[in-house]
Design a protein around this ligand. Structure first.
Ligand SMILES: Cc1cc2nc3c(=O)[nH]c(=O)nc-3n(C[C@H](O)[C@H](O)[C@H](O)COP(=O)(O)OP(=O)(O)OC[C@H]3O[C@@H](n4cnc5c(N)ncnc54)[C@H](O)[C@@H]3O)c2cc1C
Length: 318
């Protein structure tokens, strides 16, 4: 019930400024984000891989309005992919990218800078650079899903990107009314599709609002993906969804390894290990970097019980 007010409050500049004064080492931030640097991210990824898990790394950042910042983000991914390759981790670790961090949200100005088609072009070229680095390293890229105003643009970039990099993963959010149709379109051979419930504050015109409606939509989408020819990536911590995904996989004769489970760093780690020990492919989404504010707020909004912990961190700055 607190989810929407929390997400709305998080858009206040004063709240952002206050929360951003927390060090990344503070308990609440560290529980979801292992560190700010490439070294910290690679160290955390190594630990997870040693335990038999796969990883997808996200260099945190979104809604980037400046070219220079988008370029810096692309470079951070290229450096990270070089490190993953050098450390022999690329077979187990891929990257997740938000297109608004690499050009889709560039400022449109009267001086003739980015408009909708040029933001598409910038995001596409930047995504191509990351995909090329990933392919050279021996791994893949998945394009994260952001708020619904970016869905069409993200899927358009995905379509163009897949002409050269068909291994690029898509993310679909079950809470959007449109997603069953998107699942049908993307459930083809070779298509990697991550299905999540959706983490943004969306209006009822475009998204289911109640937990029950979102959960039943998630199951309908799972059915389409599991029955299809693609590679479903079941991104949820919900025990019922995990169980339903497993039974749909066996109903469709899918062997372990023809789909995977994905969970976020720091959430239900014992379940991640239990599933991996049972032979399932389990990938942990590992975010890192200094721009953790938006990510942290979405995690708090999903689990308002964490608020007390969070407020305590804010008061003690630890
Ligand atoms: C790998 C991965 C990638 C994702 N990528 C995207 C994306 O690109 N775009 C997007 O919009 N969303 C993304 N999400 C977030 C997703 O949309 C949901 O907001 C989030 O996963 C919570 O939904 P749930 O399926 O876990 O179910 P819920 O019903 O929300 O949670 C089920 C159970 O999981 C545990 N849990 C859930 N959240 C938390 C938390 N924050 N802290 C502690 N415990 C928790 C609790 O035990 C809870 O009862 C991603 C999620 C995952 C796992």
């Amino acid at each position: 019930m607190l989810r929407q007010p929390l997400l709305a409050l998080s858009r206040s500049a004063a709240v952002r400024e206050l929360v951003s004064t927390l060090p990344v080492s503070s308990g609440i931030v560290r529980s979801y984000v292992p560190g700010e640097t490439t070294e910290a991210a690679v160290a955390a990824a190594t630990g997870l891989v040693d335990e038999g898990l796969k990883v997808t790394l996200d260099y945190l950042g979104e809604d980037t309005t400046e070219h220079a910042q988008a370029d810096a983000t692309v470079q951070a991914y290229v450096d990270l992919l070089g490190q993953l390759s050098a450390r022999g981790l690329a077979r187990h670790a891929e990257v997740s990218v938000k297109l608004t961090a690499i050009g889709l949200a560039l400022r449109t100005s009267a001086q003739g800078s980015a408009g909708p088609s040029s933001t598409h072009q910038v995001a596409l070229e930047n995504a191509r650079t990351i995909c090329r680095a990933a392919r050279n390293a021996g791994t893949t890229v998945t394009l994260d899903a952001e708020d619904h105003t970016t869905t069409d643009a993200t899927l358009a970039v995905l379509r163009d990107l897949r002409k050269d990099f068909p291994e690029t993963g898509a993310v679909l959010q079950a809470y959007l009314h449109r997603t069953e149709a998107d699942c049908r379109e993307l459930a083809h051979e070779g298509s990697r599709v991550r299905l999540c419930k959706g983490a943004y504050d969306e209006p009822e015109e475009v998204a289911y609002q109640s937990r029950l409606d979102v959960d039943t939509a998630y199951v309908r989408c799972l059915k389409i993906l599991m029955a299809g020819q693609g590679y479903p990536m079941v991104a949820t911590h919900d025990p019922r969804m995990v169980e339903i995904a497993s039974s749909l996989a066996s109903r469709h004769g899918r062997e372990q390894g023809t789909y995977e489970f994905q969970m976020l760093y720091g959430i239900r780690p014992e379940e991640q290990r239990r599933l991996a020990a049972s032979g399932e492919t389990v990938r942990v989404y590992l975010p890192y970097g200094g721009e953790w504010y938006g990510y942290l707020v979405r995690r708090l909004a999903e689990r308002p019980q964490n608020l007390t912990f969070f407020l305590r961190s804010l008061i003690s700055k630890k």
